[in-house]
Design a binder for this molecule. Structure first.
Ligand code: ZN
Length: 499
């Protein structure tokens, strides 16, 4: 069994590492919300330096040896053993990269983010293209250092969703294509639902006042969470009991900020509700991107777009916007937030067409890494795929290739987990609905009943177990994409009175 002295060293290391993690997390959140752009160059250089310090901590050879010993030690506490395994795995992916290259990459990713933002603002892909090219080259190089037998893009997919690869995603996306493309065609041909009232002018300050009530309903508590605004909503954990979430208000779309808030609070609640005994260690984080997204999508789509949810909240929203919504019913409002139509922007997409937005990104990523697609003219490739799968013409790069932040810092392999997560949540929700009266909880203002179920069956485990094990623990069966597809088919057949 491992010595007390080594365990002490491990604990000291964990404390040091978490201090840097915390600092970098708050700097990142700040950069993406309120930090003035003028300070970018100064900040980015120092942020990169801090990343380098963290790199040295994570890859400390003495610690790597201790972690290796701990992960193979059957006599230590199983939680500790699991944590050591996960830290070791992360460290091995980092230690192979030369430190100078790691640090300079962090700085390039920061600059690339700024270039993306400028390109998006100016609706000009050519500003971002050279940066995207550079970022891809860096990522390729970083993965090559691992000297893995696995294909490069498969490694990226596995990093975000352990166990997933192109072969499995191809099967998943083919199932989606097969059943969703014809369903979307039927929905488009059906009589359309009036949702025009969502797109009137909604004063942003008034939207914020409603949002405060929404956050209360969702039990997003100021004791552990803070909401800010950003270009591209995200949630970030700074440290235990300090979660930063974000949203984006649009003057002419009342549902956008609401649903993005519900989504992000799903992410926030997941990690907040991990078992307290995992505090301060990796086990208190979400297990995978897909699992994280399953919790945010569960909040957003399976609860936040349900009639019961709006039975409680719509009268409150109506009070904030009597002129816009005075003559609308909760039922009409719910139907409106579920309208499906072919659209350009992923984050604004409805539940039914959403996975096809992901399919486009998955095909592009595969192509970028197998060499069949180049960054030059990628805006055109993007537009062609949108026409192919979503039947829609992209008017410009802002609504096209530049709409998402992810590729600016080299987060390749991440997008597919969005579609996978949506599918996971169908199965979780089906089980939750078997066991508790979800609608009654929502309509009576007791959202915490759903939170409790999720905590007990999913959240409390953090990353103590792999995603597929948590799926089995929570639902009693393996993941099955058909649960998701059946759900969508049933929901949209009813909503659009399809035959
Ligand atoms: Zn999300």
């Amino acid at each position: 069994m491992i010595s007390e002295e080594k365990i002490q060293k491990y604990n000291d290391w964990l404390f040091r590492k978490s201090a840097y993690d915390m600092a970098l997390s708050i700097i990142m959140t700040d950069k993406m919300t309120v930090a003035p752009i003028g300070g970018s160059a100064y900040r980015d250089a120092r942020t990169a330096y801090l990343s380098g310090e963290l790199f040295s901590i994570v890859t400390d050879p003495e610690i790597l040896e201790i972690l290796r010993e701990m992960k193979d030690d059957n006599d230590i506490d199983p939680d500790l053993k699991r944590a050591a395994y996960l830290y070791y795995k992360d460290a091995m992916a980092t230690v192979c990269i030369p430190k100078e290259e790691f640090v300079s990459a962090q700085e390039i990713f920061s600059k690339s983010y700024d270039a993306w933002l400028e390109a998006k603002t100016k609706n000009d892909y050519s500003i971002f293209e050279p940066w995207l090219k550079k970022v891809i080259e860096i990522r390729k190089q970083q993965y090559e250092y691992r000297k893995s037998d696995m294909d490069l893009y498969d490694q990226m997919l596995d990093d975000y969703e352990p166990g997933m690869n192109r072969e499995k995603y191809d099967v998943f996306f083919n199932a989606l294509k097969e059943r969703l493309v014809p369903l979307i065609e039927k929905v488009c041909a059906a009589e359309q639902i009036d949702d025009s009232f969502l797109y009137q002018e909604y004063d942003i300050e008034e939207q914020k006042r409603f949002s405060n009530e929404l956050l209360k309903y969702l039990h997003f508590d100021a004791d552990w969470g803070y909401q800010n605004e950003t270009e591209h909503p995200f949630t970030n954990w700074v440290c235990e009991n300090d979660c930063r979430t974000t949203t984006k208000y649009l003057l002419n779309n009342v549902a956008s900020a609401i649903l993005s808030t519900v989504h992000e609070v799903g992410h926030a609640t997941y990690e907040h509700d991990c078992d307290d005994k995992y505090d301060g260690m990796i086990l208190s984080e979400g297990i995978s991107s897909g699992m994280h997204e399953s919790q945010s999508r569960l909040f957003e789509n399976y609860l936040g777009r349900s009639y019961a949810f709006w039975e409680y909240l719509f009268p409150i929203l109506q009070k904030h916007f009597p002129a816009q919504l005075g003559n609308v019913t909760a039922k009409q409002f719910t139907d409106a937030v579920n309208v499906s139509r072919r659209s350009l922007v992923r984050t604004e997409a409805d539940e039914l067409t959403y996975p096809l937005h992901i399919l486009v990104r998955y095909e592009i990523e595969k192509g970028l890494f197998d060499g069949s697609i180049s960054t030059e003219g990628l805006d055109e490739t993007w537009n062609a795929l949108y026409e192919k799968y979503l039947g829609i013409k992209v008017p410009g790069a802002r609504e096209g290739i530049l709409q998402d932040v992810h590729w600016s810092d080299g987060s390749f392999g991440y997008f597919p987990t969005y579609a996978l997560g949506s599918a996971f949540s169908a199965q979780f929700t089906a089980k939750m609905r078997e066991e508790i009266d979800v609608d009654e909880a929502l309509r009576s203002g007791h959202f915490e009943i759903c939170i409790e179920w999720l905590k007990e069956h999913i959240h409390k485990y953090g990353c103590r177990y792999d995603a597929d094990d948590i799926m089995k623990i929570a639902t009693g069966r393996e993941f099955d994409v058909n649960v998701y597809l059946d759900y969508l088919e049933e929901k949209y057949t009813k909503l659009y009175h399809l035959k």
